[in-house]
Write a protein that binds this ligand. Structure first.
Ligand code: ZN
Length: 135
């Protein structure tokens, strides 16, 4: 059986959730920043490497995957500017495919469609890229 790595939608904009996570974390500032980066609509748009590394031991597997993926997308390594568009797209999709709702964070992609970004799973990304744009 394949275990999915997913994020509970109840965590978004939930200050009580972050507080509960800080209780058992040593690197509280870094963990708070990482969780606000992941879960708050008004959270930071990028996560500095030192904060990400300090927070990682206290993050869950799905969260570690997300911050690693999003760090690349939001630091300008792929030619983007400040990460705002990428974080807004991924966070507002609640780390689920916007086309089919698939929730496994390992297969998420950010796809540019008509100047805006969409968060899509690998299947929907391939279907859209390979087939729907060819017409
Ligand atoms: Zn999908």
């Amino acid at each position: 059986m394949i275990e999915h790595l997913t994020i509970d939608p109840g965590r978004f904009n939930n200050a009580a959730f972050i507080k509960s996570r800080l209780a058992s974390a040593d690197a509280q500032d870094a963990v708070r920043t990482a969780l606000r980066f992941l879960y708050f609509d008004d959270g930071p748009f990028n996560l500095p490497d030192d904060q990400r590394k300090a927070a990682e031991p206290y993050l869950e597997p799905a969260e570690r995957l997300l911050v690693g993926w999003l760090a690349i997308r939001t630091k300008g390594l792929l030619g983007n500017s400040d990460g705002k568009a990428e974080m807004t797209a991924a966070r507002s999709a609640r780390y689920r495919c916007q086309a089919c709702g698939f929730p496994d964070v390992r297969v998420l992609n950010l796809d540019e469609v008509d100047g805006s970004l969409e968060c899509l799973c690998a299947n929907c990304h391939v279907i859209r890229t390979r087939w729907q744009r060819r017409r």
